[in-house]
Every structure is written in structure tokens, then in C-alpha cells.
Design a binder for this molecule. Structure first.
Ligand SMILES: [Mg+2]
Length: 267
């Protein structure tokens, strides 16, 4: 999978409507709010993004959540001092309201045997990065791209001993997670929270796992907003070419006077 669109593909995208006051906004992080980096710990968080997320969350009366494959503890480090409502590890944990404690959704942690199998992948190439989480793990190979197929094969073999897990292939990353949970189940949990209920659910994301979020919001009559190459799979709908466009969109929403935003759904 490539990371970016051509100039012609970008120009052909229909720009998304500005967020509306009655939206519930779900935002993926890597490749959506933040530019993808060489490794997950090298992403840059523009300071203005923190201000804009805070303002957008207030404008939506709390109906904004970060929905990521990262653990919530890692999300909090990135966005410090913000502690927004969030879902981490592909729906395995969540924080229903800003500032609250993180709660597990998955009942069983990832088996230790899988962490051990993943750790052995480090020996293949120094560019392989293992991201250990309580209920998921990710093996990033952006800097070891020739090893993608071998990593996937080894992880699939290691998983054969365990039930209820799923192997996902994203942008230069393989991830193992609970098969029963996803970014879609996370959307379902949030939409039963008072701050989110009865709003138009809108999910912004850039990768395979975000499609679960897209389907969840579309089943609720909401709107999927793909970022980057994922938008090519949905040519009929609006989308963003780059994370920078998503940040500009949030900034425009954060800066707009409240009475200039039309009420209602403009999908
Ligand atoms: Mg992403």
C-alpha cells in the first residue's frame, strides 16, 4: 500500500463539509491527524493541533474521541496535557469521557507466547519495530520492507495456537488483536454515552482498521471520511488527501464563529 495520492488524485477528491455542532467526531491518529513517521515513536504533534482538538471537543460538547491502534497511555503521551475521550488498541480499551481512567474492554490480555514470538522477529532486521500492548501487538516494518511477507507468515504461524485473535495488515505494519473488538465496536460504545448519543457519527481514518469505524458510522446513518489512498476506495464520497488537510479542517472548525456553522447534516 502506498502512503500518498498523486496530485491528480488529490485534486479529484471532494472536500468534506466542515464539522457540524450535532456531529460526534471519531478521529484516528497516525496517518489521519499526524503524518506517518519512520517509526511510531517519531511522530510529530504540531502544538496548534492540541489547541484545535481542545476547541473542537468543546464545540461538540464533548462528542469527540480519538480512536487508535495505539494504547491510550501512548496516546496521552503524544497529546499531553490533553486527555480526550479515546479508544485504544483497536477497541480493546477506552476512556469514555475526558480525564477519566482507562477501562479495559477486552477481557483477556494477549497471550505471552505471542509477545515472545514477535520479539524473535527483531532478529530478522534491525529496522523492525515491535510495539507491545496489553491486548494487541504491532510489528512495524517501514524500515525493513523486504521482510513484510515473512513477518506476516511468522505471526500467523504463532497465532495458530490461540483462538479469538485476528491478524491485520496495515501500512507497513502487521497487528494482532482481539477478533471480537475493533474501531467499529469502539464507535458503538461511545454512541451509547450521553455526550455522543443522538448525534451524527463521523469517522475520519486512513487505514484498513478504520474501515470498521466507517461501517459502524454508516450503519448509524453517519459519514465516513477517508484520508489518503483509502479515499480511492470510496470515490463517491468526500475525503482528505493528507493528514495536513485534516488538521486544517479541524483548525477551520475550531476558529469558526459558532453562529456561522449551519445546523444539520451536510454529508
Ligand atoms: Mg491510521
Amino acid at each position: 500500500m502506498t502512503d500518498s495520492l498523486s496530485a491528480g488524485q488529490s485534486a479529484a477528491l471532494r472536500p468534506p463539509p466542515l464539522p457540524q455542532p450535532n456531529w460526534a467526531l471519531f478521529l484516528d491518529i497516525d496517518g489521519t491527524l499526524l503524518d506517518i513517521a519512520e517509526s511510531p515513536d517519531r511522530v510529530a504533534v504540531p502544538p496548534a493541533l492540541l489547541d484545535d482538538l481542545r476547541a473542537a471537543e468543546q464545540r461538540l460538547n464533548g462528542a469527540l474521541a480519538l480512536v487508535s491502534g495505539r494504547a491510550i497511555a501512548a496516546i496521552d503521551k503524544l497529546f499531553d496535557p490533553l486527555k480526550l475521550a479515546a479508544s485504544g488498541q483497536h477497541g480493546s480499551e477506552w476512556r469514555p469521557v475526558p480525564g477519566a481512567a482507562t477501562q479495559a474492554v477486552a477481557e483477556v490480555p494477549l497471550p505471552a507466547g505471542l509477545h515472545e514470538a514477535a520479539a524473535r522477529l527483531n532478529g530478522l532486521h534491525p529496522g523492525i519495530v515491535i510495539e507491545r500492548k496489553s491486548h494487541a501487538l504491532a510489528v512495524h516494518y517501514r524500515n525493513a520492507q523486504d521482510f513484510g511477507a515473512e513477518i506476516g507468515g511468522r505471526l500467523a504461524a504463532a497465532m495458530a495456537d490461540f483462538d479469538g485473535l485476528m491478524l491485520l495488515h496495515g501500512k507497513f505494519v502487521w497487528e494482532i488483536k482481539d477478533a471480537s473488538l475493533s474501531k467499529g465496536t469502539a464507535v458503538g460504545l461511545f454512541m451509547r454515552q450521553p455526550a455522543f448519543a443522538d448525534r451524527v457519527a463521523v469517522f475520519v481514518g486512513d487505514d484498513r482498521t478504520d474501515e470498521d469505524g466507517f461501517h459502524a458510522v454508516e450503519n448509524l446513518g453517519g459519514l465516513a471520511l477517508p484520508v489518503g489512498p483509502l479515499a480511492l476506495k470510496r470515490p463517491q464520497g468526500p475525503g482528505f488527501a493528507t493528514p495536513a488537510q485534516v488538521r486544517d479542517w479541524l483548525a477551520a472548525f475550531a476558529a469558526s464563529p459558532a453562529d456561522s456553522i449551519r445546523t444539520g447534516f451536510a454529508g
